[in-house]
Design a protein around this ligand. Structure first.
Ligand SMILES: [Zn+2]
Length: 320
């Protein structure tokens, strides 16, 4: 791996419970300072960020611009604090909408209840998932971004040019940022090393066929050629094109795997997720497995390889 550009610092910020760590990037441009992603609204994460900025001789009030790759709390959790220091916080329009939805508790709860009903999820599981949400909401400050970013827009961050690439899939409006002088790309959670990124599906939040969009977004990054990738988690990726290609193949294989679990009799997504993505016992992992299985099922419906069927309670899926 070649050396980091002189203007770039990588900060790894802790996350609470067993959530691991998230990367935040400080851009020390010749004309000013910026941050890519923020970390969560968590006391240790905030302390670490302020400590690392101090070590770099950076007064938080001198940060002019913050770009969030997407709306998840580990990537924009302290947007309000940074606005308070005087920074402009930017993200894509679809993710600004998703953030507003996440922060609006009654609407989120109503939509989740509709979703559980539609897929006839067992009551006990619904209650356990619902009880996790206050914890997640605490990790996200309530704020409205100052402006939105769109595909192919060039942003000048302290004299460093960043090109926005809209990469929907992980979220509806996820963005990557390309820096062409140094042949590098910030990939947020679109592409990370290690495990494949999670793609979930709740109709109201993720729209139709998020998995299809995600694979197309992976192909788009694959086609930019060899660049160093800086993801939202983990070490830098020496060749983002190779990594994107690996993930395209991984997801195609999984699409086939989910397709093979379908038979002539319709089954509910909750039950299918057990076979399709392996038994996951912890509530959060099981919840992710189910919403991810639904992303694959919706994709198979789009490809006319699966059919959604109305059952006595909720909907199920069978092969077409
Ligand atoms: Zn994320």
């Amino acid at each position: 791996m070649r050396e980091l550009p002189s203007w770039l610092r990588v900060f790894e910020l802790p996350m609470p419970a067993t959530l691991g760590a998230v990367n935040t990037y400080l851009v020390k441009g010749p004309q000013g300072l910026g941050l890519i992603d923020t970390g969560m609204d968590d006391v240790n994460s905030r302390k670490e960020l302020l400590g690392l900025l101090k070590k770099e001789g950076v007064d938080p009030e001198s940060i002019e611009q913050v770009i969030c790759t997407h709306h998840h709390p580990d990537h924009c959790g302290i947007g309000k604090t940074l606005q308070g220091f005087g920074a402009r916080v930017l993200m894509s329009e679809p993710d600004a909408e998703s953030l507003a939805l996440f922060l609006s508790r009654p609407e989120m709860d109503r939509q989740r209840a509709t979703f559980f009903g539609r897929h006839d999820v067992p009551d006990e599981f619904c209650d356990r998932v619902t009880s996790m949400f206050p914890f997640f909401r605490k990790l996200q400050e309530s704020f409205v971004p100052d402006d939105s970013l769109s595909d192919m827009q060039i942003v000048n961050m302290g004299g460093i040019e960043l090109e926005v690439m809209l990469t929907p899939g992980h979220t509806r409006g996820h963005i990557c940022l390309i820096q062409r002088d140094e042949d590098l790309i910030f990939t947020g959670d679109h592409i990370i090393p290690g495990d494949a990124t999670h793609v979930s599906m709740r109709e109201e939040v993720h729209g139709t066929d998020p998995l299809g969009k995600f694979v197309r977004s992976l192909e788009r990054v694959r086609d930019i050629g060899s660049m160093v990738g800086f993801g939202g988690h983990g070490e830098p990726m020496p060749d983002i094109s190779l990594r994107a290609d690996q993930l395209v193949r991984h997801h195609r294989a999984r699409i086939e795997r989910v397709a093979r679990t379908l038979g002539d009799e319709p089954r509910k997504a909750f039950d299918l997720s057990e076979d399709a993505l392996g038994g996951r016992n912890k509530v959060f992992a099981r919840w992710l497995a189910m919403s991810q299985t639904l992303a694959y099922l919706a994709h198979l419906v789009t490809r006319e390889e699966a059919v959604e069927v109305t059952m006595d309670k909720g909907v199920g899926y069978r092969r077409s």
